[in-house]
Ligand binder design. Structure first.
Ligand SMILES: Nc1ncnc2c1ncn2[C@@H]1O[C@H](COP(=O)(O)OP(=O)(O)OP(=O)(O)O)[C@@H](O)[C@H]1O
Length: 246
């Protein structure tokens, strides 16, 4: 009993027989396993293997088609979720500061003024990602890399215990990719649980202790070194996406 209790306390998310999908139509085989509290996991797999769909299900945006996911004793935490860039509206009339300030909403409420500590957190996050001079710019004027840095600044302000990122580096130049990776590692050191959909196997091997490989036949989930080694194609060096997109 006591042992089981300890095990459950360490789990942030438990998946039991989970099948994700749309309109009752499942993708892939059922998933069983857990994301531990404070763990950092890469989700990899072929196009269409259901990586984004799993992330949306973890975020609570889609119901499971089969099975369940459950959260640890504290229940569903606040979640910082970044969808793929293509799914975001960049024409909305907001400034960079406004978007980063949205990270304060859980604390400040929509209509209340952001207090001094909130203001300081926003400026600190903008500086962390090198956007402090663009704070008053309209978001429609940002490059793809600047836009992504802004969203990472919002994640820093948000202080969510669970962070879900869907291909955060696709189409992003190499220096920005490096900067954003250091922000992810900072969030991990702060004890947050990090789950990132990625295509770049070198980034996974270098930075992610855990890997979940989605496949239509047999998913693999565990320490990255073990999961990557069981997939010969994946272990072979490939140019990282970050390098290709410079
Ligand atoms: N809104 C939707 N409605 C119905 N089916 C969808 C929807 N979005 C995705 N799908 C389907 O679900 C399957 C998995 O898609 P998903 O985007 O999760 O895969 P992925 O592993 O993230 O792929 P990629 O690497 O190309 O981003 C695909 O067959 C896709 O066509």
């Amino acid at each position: 009993m006591g042992h089981h209790h300890l095990v459950d306390d360490a789990a942030m998310i438990m998946l039991r027989d989970l099948v994700t999908g749309y309109q009752g139509q499942g993708i892939g085989v059922p998933l069983d396993g857990r994301f531990d509290s404070g763990s950092m996991t890469a989700i990899v797999g072929a196009n269409g293997s259901g990586k984004s769909t799993l992330l949306k299900t973890l975020a609570g945006l889609l119901p499971p088609v089969q099975g369940s996911l459950s959260f640890g004793p504290a229940g569903r935490p606040r979640i910082g979720y970044l969808p793929q860039q293509v799914e975001m509206d960049r024409q909305f009339p907001l400034t960079v500061f406004d978007v980063v300030a949205m990270g304060c909403w859980p604390a400040s409420g929509l209509l209340r003024r952001i207090n001094r500590a909130g203001q300081a957190a926003i400026w600190q996050a903008l500086t962390r990602v090198g956007l402090e001079t663009l704070a008053q710019c309209a978001i429609s004027t940002l490059s793809g890399g600047q836009f992504q840095r802004m969203l990472f600044a919002r994640l820093l302000v948000q202080e969510a215990p669970l962070i879900l990122l869907d291909e955060p580096f696709s189409g992003i130049d190499k220096p920005t990719c490096g900067l954003l990776m250091t922000v992810i590692e900072q969030l991990h050191r702060q004890g947050r649980t990090i789950i990132v959909v990625l295509h770049d196997n070198q980034l996974v091997a270098q930075h992610f202790p855990q890997t979940l490989w989605l496949s239509s036949s047999q998913p693999a989930w565990g320490p990255s070194s073990r999961v990557l080694a069981t997939w010969p194609d994946f272990a072979a060096p490939m140019p990282p996406l970050c390098l290709l997109s410079v």
